[in-house]
Ligand binder design. Structure first.
Ligand code: SF4
Length: 372
């Protein structure tokens, strides 16, 4: 049985992870640029799903669709795909392939097929699955997030309980990279419950990685309240990065509270104050056009963007309502003329990147040593 993986740039790390998980069970995922016999697998996010819908619906082979979009809207995706994987794929995808191979109907937990669905009866333990195999990817060190930011799909897909890969397993995979990057909802939460940091565990991890590592930068950005003297000292001592990337999202405490971010503007300012002691450059994420943002809230974000621009750079995202999140049905509000003006002028000096008008651009940024 030939099993294919539809190449989609935004899903390249999912390919590395799932190819390794399927290889363990005797299935090779052959990379293709369109649907092909016997089975083609897709991983879709909510920005690219519409682009692939007709291709999947008219495919002359069996199709399996997973990823954040399929997990958020399985019934919608099941209307045009043969099988939908809801949630984590490492266990479910090879299990589904084995079932199809032996002529089963694919009715297994974690899969939606037509009108049939039963939730997954397992959760993935990271150490039980390879981070990658032949196809190299970033090393996922932690999964799950105890926070519930209203715009974010992560805790809705992976749950609120943090799970971590062990230091030995992480080292095994980072040693295959000349420069290693990690996947985590908050790199500084490594080894902890996500709320109470365990700097001993973070240090044990960083100390054990002997090659060049980038920690607290894409795709393992951190939260502002986890930036402190201890965390900065660890990165300074063990890591290659000179930048740290964290999310501020808004300059308004009222908006942060409505988002459920679990930190304040003061936390962001305190983090920025610490950067100069360690010669790190801050890279800070903001979301503009949040649905409940007043004009004054948006102006407060501009003030914070100006403060960050003095020493660092800003990545601006335009709010997009993602399915499966509490803000799914709320449209973005308009931008003030001064927001467009400030972002535009800072972009000309390289201080602002991202897109405040076209949300899709943010899914295509790549660091220089990105995986293929
Ligand atoms: S934005 Fe970050 S902290 Fe908030 S829920 Fe998502 S992963 Fe967790």
């Amino acid at each position: 049985m030939q099993v294919n993986w539809r190449h989609i740039h935004a899903a390249r790390n999912s390919y590395a992870v799932l190819a390794a998980a399927c290889e363990k069970e005797g299935f090779a995922l052959n990379r293709v640029d369109g649907p092909d016999d016997d089975i083609t697998c897709y991983s879709l996010n909510s920005l690219n799903a519409a682009q692939y819908q007709d291709e999947i619906a008219s495919a002359g082979c069996l199709t399996i669709v997973g990823g954040p979009h399929a997990t958020a809207l399985p019934t919608e995706v099941a209307a045009y795909a043969d099988y939908v994987i809801v949630g984590e794929g490492e266990f479910t995808l090879p299990r589904l392939l084995a079932d199809i191979q032996k002529g089963g109907g694919g009715k297994i937990p974690g899969v939606m097929k037509g009108g049939w669905y039963q939730p997954a009866d397992t959760g993935v333990r990271l150490d039980a699955y390879p981070a990658f195999s032949e196809i190299k990817g970033y090393v996922e060190i932690s999964r799950g997030c105890p926070f519930s930011c209203g715009y974010c799909q992560t805790p809705r897909i992976f749950g609120h309980c943090m799970r971590h890969r062990s230091v030995d397993e992480i080292v095994r995979y980072t040693s295959r990279h000349k420069e290693a990057r990690f996947v985590s909802p908050n790199a500084f939460a490594y080894g902890s419950d996500g709320i109470h940091p365990r700097w001993d565990k973070v240090e044990a991890l960083l100390k054990a990685c002997k090659n060049q590592i980038f920690f607290g930068t894409f795709p393992s950005e951190v939260r502002p309240e986890s930036i402190c003297k201890e965390s900065l000292a660890l990165v300074h001592r063990y890591c290659a990065n000179t930048k740290l990337h964290f999310g501020a999202q808004s300059g308004s405490d009222a908006v942060l509270k409505k988002l459920g971010r679990g930190h304040s503007v003061a936390d962001v300012l305190a983090a920025l104050d610490l950067f100069s002691d360690f010669s790190f450059e801050p890279v800070v994420d903001f979301i503009v056009g949040l649905p409940f943002e007043t004009d004054d809230d948006q102006r407060q974000s501009l003030d914070l963007i100006r403060a960050v621009a003095r020493t660092g750079t800003i990545h601006v995202h335009r709010f997009i309502p993602l399915p499966g999140t509490p803000l799914a049905n709320l449209p973005a509000r308009s931008l003030l003329p001064e927001t467009e003006k400030l972002c535009g002028s800072l972009a000309l000096t390289g201080k602002v990147t991202g897109s405040w008008n076209d949300p899709e651009i943010r899914f295509f940024r790549r660091p220089s040593n990105d995986i293929p």
